[in-house]
Design a protein around this ligand. Sequence first.
Ligand SMILES: [Zn+2]
Length: 394
Amino acid sequence: MRLRAWVRGERGLQTLEWIALALVALALLTALAIGLRQTEAGPGEAVSAAVSALFRCLTNGADCPVAAVGVGKAGSCLAQPTACLRRWEDCLLHGACAGADPENLLGLLPWLALVGIGLGGGLFALLPPSVPRRRWTWPRITFPPPRVPRGRPILPFRPISVRVPTPPPKPTPTCPSSLTSEPAQVDACAQELQKYGIYIDPRNWKLEEIHLILRGVKRMGEAMGGPENMKRAIGGVFIDRRAGGGAETYAFWPHPPWKRIVIGEATLHQEPAWRGEVAIVHELAHAWDMQSANLLQRISGRPGQIVREMIKFIGEEPGPTCYGGLKSETCPPKWRVGDPKEEWAESVSAYLYPEYIEFLRLTSEKEADLRPLHRSYVERQFNLARQSANHTNR
Ligand SMILES: [Zn+2]
């Protein structure tokens, strides 16, 4: 009973959390060490490969790349965890370690993780915490108070819609369409984005860039029947800006909002300017699919339900663009393999931006086209996003 009380107390919960964290850290470090020894890739690639491999092994043994990569005898540990445990006992307690033993730990990790998750899950299911746990809430980005030049009238403001029960209506500055980078206006535009579930740190962005994001986001939001629907479908994404590189969406970021889009300046600023909006919409389409995936699928980089159903629906129909599964002879060979996730993101981009397909047909990809099955699948997903809203409004 003392153990029960301890576990249910705040200290007990904290200790259990720390033990779980330490186990995860140990597992990751081991996987990382082996990943670094096996590949010539940098630490970043090794970490992501190790994490991905670990979760693939957990979710689907047949697809587990551990054996395929040839990491020592890890495969045998995965298949016979009990025999492996005995070897470890010999190694640690009796000092009879064989040469490859340290690498065998990798094969045990999925089992250790399974046992840990099972024990932890059971414990928390059986013992409802007596300590009220603070619920996680969306982070509120705090903005500096608006600077209003003296002697000039304050910007006209709109009260927040009366249907929102909390917080009580407060005046909000509007997001202007003109490009004057008053800090208060930048903040107002960032807050406009939040209605769609898009979070940014306004200090990192120029007003024209926020406008660019907002144009893409609004076009997507309108197709979904409004900001609320889009927020629900995409589930909250933080957009981060970086100097170099392209654009990428991370399905699982270590802290909330759990999804993150990182976009490079060159991708944001393209000719014609709407191509930056296409890039944003493309990444948001990834986020939409990730929202339909479970946690393990997200961490292991697998597609969500939206993309999995798309594969069945479209059959052999070519994708809209070379990057999105067109697989034509005229496409660059590296893109001919195809990736269903990109095919979905490109289909959403092509659906929302017909000018994108026109542009590609005139410049580099003559066969670019959003074909009937792809179009109707994307349309169906947009309709579903609208309908789920009608349902909850009733
Ligand atoms: Zn993509």
